[in-house]
Every structure is written in structure tokens, then in C-alpha cells.
Ligand binder design. Structure first.
Ligand code: CAA
Length: 258
């Protein structure tokens, strides 16, 4: 079934997913999140895909959850449908690396979506924010939790309580994004990072994701044990033998995901 709210292109082992609701600044409605979840699951299952890039438009990565769709809903509607719970879980469960390429507004659910990716490359025009307080609600797809882990309590409280936007320079300084580049270079930078990732063993990339994400969810001692076990387990793969032999032979490794 074709997608209506996103565009997916797969080339050179990279799945590029572009949010595509330009009239609503890529506001996240149920259809978009469902389609995004499906595209990510398909990319995860596609042997040709080794890295995913998620992006929006120059003006907006995504301006938040769709306020028009939500405005008339009651508590019972939201609770019974577990609004965005399942969709958020599907996105966060993707095992292949996802790079977010963010230009313009990444607000509310848009900021939360970017934070669900593995790292964020921002253009110098990017603006991040959790302005849900202006609508009389709070973040609902992980913003209070993930932003706090990224930037610490004080700045997270500031963002959530005042609803102010953070520019790209502040976002990089605070640890929310990994790189900031001029807007015209954003896609080249993100695709370049994805191409680098796509050269590696998918086994090792997935292990990195599992181990780094454990840092958020477990005490240090558990995280260290989990990391060590994954490190040990990778010694059962052909890619470990290939990677280390290639280094010793002074040649490029040819990973085969085995
Ligand atoms: N939902 C639905 N439609 C949205 C939207 C949103 N989150 N954000 C923008 N749009 C729509 C506007 O309604 C407008 O549509 P029309 O032309 O049909 O009126 C169109 O996109 C363009 O938007 P603006 O005219 O407002 O553009 P602007 O350049 O003047 O302002 C903006 C840009 C500052 C991003 C402003 O659109 C804005 O403040 N948007 C809302 C941001 C927000 O509050 N996000 C949080 C949503 S709640 C949430 O995300 C909850 C959660 O955690 C799950």
C-alpha cells in the first residue's frame, strides 16, 4: 500500500524517509505515525537497508502532534486508543540506526520524534521546543523523559514550563543534537553520516543501539554488564573476524552481516 503522508526512497543501503504534510508543517496525525511505523518496520526487515534517515521539510521537521485531530478528543478517547502509545513504541523499537536530519521547527511531538531517533543532525535554522503547555497540556510521546535525559532537569523544566524554543546552537551546546550545519548542507551531512554507518556491520550497529539505549534505562552496573555481554557475543560473528583481520592486513573491511 502506498504512503500518503511520507515519502520513502531506498538507495545505496539507506532508507530516506521524508515527512510529507507540507500544509500542516508535517504535524503528526495518526495516519502519519502509522505510516511512519510501517515504513520503519519495513526498513528494519529489508536486508538492503543498513541505515535510515528521517527528515522533514526546510521549514519544519514536524510542528508537533496534529492539534486539529486532537482538539475535540476526550480523556476517554485518548486513554482507550492509547493515543500515540503504540506508534511511539514502534518507532522507538526500530533496530537499525536512524539519523534525524532536522531543519526548521521540531516542536512538541516533532521534537519527541527527533529524540526517538539515534542522533540528530540539525541545520542552523532548527528550532526545538516542547510548547504543549501553551495548549494546556504536556508532552505526550516521551518529551518530559527524553529531553530531561538529553539536556538535564533545569533546561528541560525551562523548555516544558515556558514553552520557549531552543535554537540549533543552544541545542548542540546542551547535548540535544550531535552536529549543526548550514541549512544547505543538511541532507549531504545526514546522508554522509548514514553512508558511513552503512559501511559497518549491521550486527555491530544494532548492538551499539541496544547498549547505548541501556544507558538510559538501567543502573550503571547493569548497563556495563549488558554492554560486556554484547561485546563478548560479537566475537561469535564473522564480521568481528573480518573487521579485526582487515585492520591487521591494512585493508578495508568487507562486512557481510554474519
Ligand atoms: N497541528 C496541526 N496543524 C498545525 C500544527 C500542529 N501542531 N502546526 C502548524 N499547523 C498548521 C497551521 O494550523 C497552519 O495551517 P492553516 O494554513 O490551515 O491555518 C499551517 O500549519 C502553517 O502554520 P502557521 O500558519 O501557524 O505557520 P507559522 O510560520 O506562522 O508558525 C509555528 C509556525 C510556530 C510552528 C506554529 O504553526 C505553531 O506554533 N504550531 C504549533 C506548535 C505546537 O504547539 N506544537 C505542539 C503540538 S501538541 C503535541 O505535540 C503533543 C504531544 O507531545 C504529543
Amino acid at each position: 500500500m502506498a504512503f500518503e503522508t511520507i515519502i520513502v526512497e531506498i538507495e545505496d543501503h539507506i532508507a530516506l524517509i521524508k515527512l510529507n504534510r507540507p500544509d500542516a508543517l508535517n504535524a503528526l496525525n495518526s495516519q502519519l505515525l502509522r505510516e511512519l511505523g510501517r515504513a520503519l518496520s519495513e526498513a528494519d526487515a529489508n536486508d538492503k537497508v543498513r541505515c535510515i534517515v528521517l527528515t522533514g521539510s526546510e521549514k519544519a521537521f514536524a510542528a508537533g502532534a496534529d492539534i486539529k485531530e486532537m482538539s475535540e478528543k476526550s480523556f476517554v478517547d485518548m486513554f482507550l486508543s492509547d493515543f500515540f502509545g503504540r506508534e511511539g513504541d514502534t518507532i522507538a523499537r526500530t533496530r537499525k540506526p536512524i539519523v534525524a536530519a532536522v531543519s526548521g521547527y521540531a516542536l512538541g511531538g516533532g521534537c519527541e520524534l527527533a529524540m526517538m531517533c539515534d542522533f540528530i543532525i540539525a541545520s542552523d535554522t532548527a528550532k526545538f521546543g516542547q510548547p504543549e503547555i501553551n495548549l494546556g497540556v504536556i508532552a505526550g510521546i516521551g518529551g518530559t523523559q527524553r529531553l530531561t535525559k538529553f539536556v538535564g532537569k533545569s533546561k528541560s523544566m525551562d523548555m516544558h514550563l515556558t514553552g520557549r524554543f531552543m535554537d540549533a546552537e543552544e541545542a548542540e551546546r546542551s547535548g540535544l543534537v550531535s552536529r549543526v550545519v548550514p541549512a544547505r548542507k543538511l541532507m549531504d551531512e545526514a546522508m554522509g553520516a548514514a553512508a558511513k554507518i552503512a559501511e559497518k556491520s549491521v550486527l555491530a550497529s544494532m548492538a551499539v543501539k541496544e547498549a547505548v539505549n541501556r544507558a538510559y534505562e538501567t543502573p550503571l552496573s547493569e548497563g556495563l554488564l549488558f554492554e560486556r555481554r554484547l561485546f563478548h557475543a560479537l566475537f561469535s560473528t564473522e564480521d568481528q573476524k573480518e573487521g579485526m583481520s582487515a585492520f591487521l592486513d591494512k585493508r578495508e573491511a568487507q562486512f557481510r552481516d554474519k
